[in-house]
Write a protein that binds this ligand. Structure first.
Ligand SMILES: [Zn+2]
Length: 158
């Protein structure tokens, strides 16, 4: 096999040409110039634009890896949050689900992944009303239930 061209670095005739930043190198010099051995690069027909190929492939791989890591992180965070609040709010979730009512069902879903105190005033009103159901408004029992609700939910006023 005849030499195709000469190496940009050492001037020797080369058969396997590596094009890097638009310049041609032999297999030894491409290692010296890029710091990476020939085996690192994918050699196609003895010639490849190493810089372009490697950076493009690397960027693509980095992006995929970054997206996956980010997705995993978000998924983990959400799973942990759901586990935490589903267990923390179970006392209220059970009460809501027992009502078999769409509105309460959706509230139950909401507090599976959120703090009760993060709900809107209207939502808290509805929850308190449900929690105090069966007690007469302004009675001792009613206020006891209100206090209980506020303690369990971690809310004061809204
Ligand atoms: Zn060379």
């Amino acid at each position: 096999m005849a030499f195709v061209t000469t190496c940009e670095r050492c001037g020797a005739g080369i058969k396997n040409v590596f094009t890097y930043n638009g310049k041609n190198y032999g297999s030894e010099c491409i290692h010296i110039v890029t710091g990476k051995p020939v085996s690192y690069w994918e050699l196609k027909n003895g010639e490849i634009d190493i810089e372009a190929t490697s950076s493009r492939e690397q960027k693509k791989a980095d992006k995929v890896a970054e997206k996956k890591a980010n997705d995993d992180k978000l998924k983990n965070e959400f799973t942990l949050k759901c586990e935490k609040y589903t267990s923390e709010n179970s006392w209220l979730i059970e009460l809501l689900l027992a009502q078999e009512n769409d509105f309460y069902n959706s509230l139950a879903d909401t507090i599976k992944s959120r703090e009760i105190k993060s709900l809107s005033g209207g939502q808290l009103d509805a929850l308190l009303k449900l929690y105090c159901k069966g007690t007469r408004y302004d009675s001792k029992k009613y206020w006891k239930k209100v206090e209980e609700f506020c303690n369990k939910a971690g809310v004061d006023e809204w």
